[in-house]
Design a protein around this ligand. Structure first.
Ligand SMILES: Cc1cc2nc3c(=O)[nH]c(=O)nc-3n(C[C@H](O)[C@H](O)[C@H](O)COP(=O)(O)O)c2cc1C
Length: 430
């Protein structure tokens, strides 16, 4: 990854709460070359305990029993960990905490939201280029990993070019540019016309971001501007098969695939439901599944809404047969499972994320049943409070000393330390 070739690469953009593990795994399956984690603020991960779950090999960084970042070895070589920071030392500590599970570290210098700006993070860093570059240099020198950076643009063209040239000198391997000004909203059209001059000003790869909403636009923006890579956020949130050259997969099929991934990775119900609701909004809120989804209070209830209870039962039975008797709404930390089984599982999982055979079979059956129900009209999105609830499945640990490298333990227990996953991340979207 040191000399990663960004040429013709597409990537899933960082998206708070949306880009958690199931979405990233699906994006990779549908053709994304790289996937970004949601921004995680440095202090939120420093000192986290690294827990390997023996049932599925997922790696869970927890702070006080709450998961703040969950990954799986199958995505490691294509995973970009995005940090929110205003402090070089903290940023470095955060990067070192997760270093063993990710391939690249990215610094978020584009977030215009209040919590970021007030903290001197995100787009605030663009107004303090020395500080921004200081953080990047520290990451480049201290992590031993490729480092990248995501910015917005200034209205002032020269100011933008001066900044990107400064950033290039820090040693970053690529620069992602969201082609909007700090105060522009997603509904404001992006400034694709600005990419070309940025590409010409630097010799590192430039990744274009903003308004790439369908597969055909990937080639279009590349040809128009000369960018190496293309990054997609909202287009992937609506339908993650946007990366697929053969065209979009029907909406309901995406929904079911997402639920399967969430099941296999034991994604929290709250995050699963939140993401599903965003997949339905705003175009599919009249779909008959939408209201029942809003009412679903457990993972099992979500499966009921989409006719997937048989699959869930089969998955739970196969988990039980492997020695993991808890159901999908239980997120055990220090329970069952011998350490040997955990190690074996993690070794297996290095190659790819393999769901139990029973799931694959039912998946095929389920696929055949999928009908296109995509004629819903716009409707106001109904927010769900449950999405804000971060479930804490484990007991609070004692005082988390800030550790540069997270201690590892398996979910059956054997080592422990500091501790928060799916996160008390800010709800703000960019
Ligand atoms: C739900 C959501 C969450 C986002 N979270 C982040 C984030 O954590 N870090 C970041 O750099 N940008 C974040 N963004 C901004 C996107 O990465 C991207 O820059 C922006 O949406 C423009 O790309 P698009 O036109 O493809 O949507 C977020 C955007 C959305 C819609």
């Amino acid at each position: 990854m040191e000399n990663y070739d960004y040429t013709n690469k597409t990537m899933l953009a960082p998206m708070v709460r949306i880009g958690t593990l199931p979405m990233r795994l699906l994006a990779l399956e549908y053709g994304a070359d790289l996937v970004y984690t949601p921004e995680i603020v440095d202090k939120g991960i420093v000192g986290a305990e690294r827990i390997v779950h023996p049932d599925n090999g997922t790696v869970d960084y927890q702070v006080r029993g709450v998961s703040v970042f969950k990954t799986h070895p199958s995505e490691k070589s294509r995973l970009v960990f995005q940090i929110g920071s205003a402090n070089a030392e903290l940023a470095l500590q955060a990067a070192l905490t997760v270093k063993q599970d990710v391939s690249t570290i990215d610094l978020n210098c584009g977030c215009p939201k209040r919590f970021s700006i007030h903290g001197g993070m995100g787009a605030a860093l663009m107004e303090e280029p020395e500080k921004l570059c200081g953080i990047l240099r520290t990451l480049v020198q201290g992590t031993g990993l490729p480092v990248t950076c995501k910015i917005r643009i200034f209205e002032d063209r020269q100011k933008t070019l001066d900044l990107v040239k400064m950033i290039e000198k820090t040693g970053v391997k690529a620069l992602a540019v969201h082609c909007r000004y700090r105060d522009e909203r997603p509904r404001d059209p992006g400034h694709w016309d600005r990419f070309k001059e940025i590409v010409e000003a630097v010799s590192i790869p430039v990744i274009a971001n903003g308004d790439v909403t369908e597969y055909s636009k990937i080639a279009q923006v590349r040809e128009l501007t000369g960018v190496k890579g293309v990054m997609i956020a909202r287009g992937a949130q609506s339908n993650v098969s946007v990366f697929r050259k053969e065209g979009l997969v029907p909406h309901l099929e995406i929904v079911r695939q997402y639920i399967r991934k969430a099941m296999e990775t034991r994604n929290l119900h709250s995050n699963t439901k939140y993401v599903l609701m965003q997949i339905f909004a705003p175009d599919f809120t009249k779909d008959p599944h939408y209201r029942p989804l809003c009412d679903a209070k457990t993972f099992r209830a979500i499966c009921q809404v989409f006719g997937m209870v048989e699959e869930l039962d089969a998955w739970e039975a196969s988990q039980k047969a492997q020695g993991f008797p808890y159901d999908v709404d239980t997120h055990p930390k220090r329970t069952v499972a011998p350490v040997a089984a955990a190690e074996e599982k993690v070794a297996e999982s290095d190659a790819s994320f393999c769901p139990p055979a029973s799931i694959s079979t039912t998946t095929a059956t389920a696929k055949r049943k999928i009908d296109d129900v995509e004629n819903a009209q716009d409707e106001k999105v109904v927010e769900t409070k449950s999405a804000e609830v971060v479930e804490s499945e484990t007991k609070e640990e004692t005082g988390p000393p800030a550790a540069k490298v997270a201690k590892t333990t398996t979910s059956d227990g054997s080592s422990s330390q500091p501790t928060p996953a799916d996160t008390p991340q800010p709800v703000d979207l960019e």
